[in-house]
Ligand binder design. Structure first.
Ligand SMILES: Nc1ncnc2c1ncn2[C@@H]1O[C@H](COP(=O)(O)OP(=O)(O)OP(=O)(O)O)[C@@H](O)[C@H]1O
Ligand SMILES: [Mg+2]
Length: 264
């Protein structure tokens, strides 16, 4: 496939896309946890909300009332409490619930601007929260942003569906390494007896066997994630922080191994 030229930004070392086959499997939640884990491990981190029509990053981070600035040429990301730089279309909208009713080309322009016209500063990692599926806007993000790799978020009932394989195949077609899968909401731990309860029928399968890509992490369903209005690293239970830090480490290792293989 003939691909357009991508603009490389030398100040951004690694760019990680968080994608999924279906909507609502926890991409944005995982993108936030990954960014927070990396930031709290001492890295310079940014989040680019590429979900232009369904942006949820500002609310997830509790910065939905803040406004990002632009001088007409450059966009200035917001810095949150963890020092994470953030751009989302909702940080430019007058009201959080204003719909974005643009046609494809304009949506693509927003992605291009968030990438190429933004003052991200020096980042170790820029995390891209993708919209669900393999839509036009996902394609634009893949084609505009030089991704170092993607993390695929799934819930166990998705292993057997072709939808998640579609998104993995899309990355392959667009020459982007798939770093691995994050299994989300696979189980929950009973708060009373500690029993681990599987939430989905995984048809006796595992993501790595089914999808042929490694599992980077498995995040249980946590009541705190659903009930919290927004996710704040210091307010998260220790167990979620541990899982997120492990997921970040595995992602870094997967990136290093992909890049070593590319050099060889
Ligand atoms: N590990 C988890 N435990 C409990 N709830 C979770 C977990 N992960 C995600 N959720 C909840 O699932 C819902 C969907 O999550 P999220 O918005 O992150 O998904 P998404 O894949 O980004 O959705 P979309 O496709 O609409 O962008 C949210 O209510 C979120 O709080
Ligand atoms: Mg989302």
């Amino acid at each position: 496939m003939e691909l357009p030229e991508k603009k490389y930004l030398p100040n951004i070392k690694q760019v990680i896309g968080v994608i999924s086959g279906k909507g609502g499997v926890g991409k944005s939640t995982i993108a936030v946890l990954l960014a927070q884990a990396l930031a709290n491990d001492g890295k310079n981190v940014g989040i680019l909300d590429a979900d232009i029509t369904g942006p949820s990053i500002p609310r997830l981070l509790g910065i939905e009332t803040m406004k990002a600035e632009s001088d007409g040429n450059r966009l200035f990301p917001i810095l949150n409490e963890d020092g994470i730089a953030i751009l989302s279309i909702n940080l430019f909208n007058e009201a959080e619930d204003s719909p974005v009713i643009w046609r494809g080309p304009l949506l693509g322009k927003a992605i291009e601007q968030f990438w190429g016209d933004a003052e991200w500063g020096s980042l170790d990692y820029l995390i891209i929260d993708f919209p669900p599926g393999t839509s036009d806007i996902s394609l634009t993000a893949f084609q505009t942003i030089p991704l170092s790799g993607v993390v695929v978020v799934t819930t166990p009932q998705e292993y057997v569906s072709m939808i998640v394989r579609k998104s993995i195949n899309m990355a392959g077609l667009l020459n982007t390494p798939v770093l691995g899968v994050v299994e989300n909401m696979k189980s929950l731990v009973c708060p009373r007896c500690g029993e681990i309860i599987s939430l989905f029928d995984d048809h006796g399968d595992s993501a790595d066997k089914r999808l042929g890509v490694p599992v980077l992490a498995s995040l249980p369903w946590h009541k705190e994630v659903v009930t919290a209005k927004s996710i704040h690293w210091n307010a998260l239970p220790e167990t979620i922080r541990k899982d997120a830090l492990r997921m970040a480490k595995e992602t870094e290792l997967a990136l290093a191994s992909v890049q070593k293989a590319n050099k060889a």
